[in-house]
Design a protein around this ligand. Structure first.
Ligand code: PRT
Length: 300
């Protein structure tokens, strides 16, 4: 008798704003899969993992109901679904396994440019077009105001212009959609990023083992994306000041330079943004050959 090895099932957005980043994350984690065809379930050929490609809005429910073990979804969709399910008495528990550094946006209230905004109370009794009624109502409750809403799944930004609503409650990233539609952002009600979530029910030991291999890779990719490898030549007598200027908490590696008694090579992994201003300060200290390079993978 042959037994089939359990496979970890991960839900991802089929197409849209999170799908390219999710696909790139899987690739950088070394997962070999073919996402070019239209199949719902894509098999990873080098690990016991299946990727289910669905609409973003279906992902929280699929994980909460245990149809998928894990999912990658925006916190906005996750929180809205959890609130909606709580209200309906359906399963709404999940575990946030890790926060990912893509899909950043905010859910905001926006009003026509000409609206005289005088603080949150001036929104009392108004009507908002939104895809996120639960998050909108929770915010209104927490701030002691009453709002009405009309549910729209797309083109939310046109609602005030066509007389459907007074304002909107929608996702914003650059703000250009609001500007193009004569709207101004008046309140940020929720900040969101993509997250990796998993079922509230513990995974079987076999599936947990697969996740224990995958998770450090995901964290390594995230950390590498936020980090830079910095190399420079520094005057030997300025090492203390140079180290002080290095971003992050890593101790720099100091290496001798062939044929130079006055200079050393300084290498460091920076986990914070390395600004042009810092490079200019290093140059002013007598440093040269300052290189800032991306890191592909990190572990440990
Ligand atoms: O897959 P499904 O169709 O169910 O989901 P969806 O319609 O939410 O898909 P999609 O691809 O539009 O968004 C997927 C997720 O991307 C969202 O749930 C957010 O977590 C994240 N995200 C990040 C965004 C944005 N940024 C964003 N700017 N989702 C939508 N927008 C839209 C916004 O609704 C508005 O229309 O972009 C416009 C505003 O953008 P700016 O740059 O002009 O401010």
């Amino acid at each position: 008798m042959t037994t089939t090895q359990p496979r970890l099932r991960i839900a991802m957005q089929k197409s849209g704003r999170l799908s390219d980043d999710t696909q790139a994350l899987f690739k950088r984690c070394g997962l070999k899969l073919n996402l070019t065809d239209r199949r719902l379930l894509a098999h990873v050929s080098n690990m016991p993992i299946d990727i289910m490609r669905v609409r973003s809005s279906d992902i929280p429910g699929l994980v909460m109901d245990g149809v998928c073990d894990l999912g990658i979804v925006g916190d906005n969709t996750l929180e809205e679904t959890a609130l909606e399910r709580e209200l309906m008495g359906s399963k709404s528990a999940y575990v946030r396994t890790c926060s990912l550094n893509f899909g950043g946006c905010r859910l905001s209230l926006a009003m026509p440019e000409e609206f005289n905004y005088q603080g949150i109370k001036s929104l009392n009794g108004l009507r908002f077009a939104t895809t996120y009624p639960q998050l909108l109502q929770r915010y209104a409750r927490e701030n002691g105001i009453n709002v009405n809403f009309c549910m729209l799944k797309g083109s939310v930004e046109v609602a005030p212009r066509v007389g459907l609503s007074d304002g909107i409650c929608d996702l914003v990233s650059t703000g250009s959609t609001l500007e193009a539609n004569g709207l101004k952002e008046v309140e940020v009600i929720f900040r969101s990023k993509a997250s990796l979530i998993q079922t509230a029910t513990p995974l079987s030991p076999e599936k947990q083992q697969i996740l224990d291999t995958l998770l450090p890779r995901i964290q390594g990719v995230m950390k590498a994306k936020e980090s830079k490898y910095i190399m420079l030549h520094a005057p030997k007598d300025k090492i203390a000041q140079v180290s002080e200027l290095m971003p992050g908490k890593e101790t720099p590696t100091i290496l001798p330079l062939a044929g130079r008694d006055d200079l050393v090579a300084v290498h460091v992994v920076a986990t914070e943004t390395f600004f042009w201003e810092t490079m200019e300060k290093l140059k002013a200290l007598g440093c040269n050959s300052i290189l800032v390079m991306p890191i592909e993978k990190m572990m440990g």
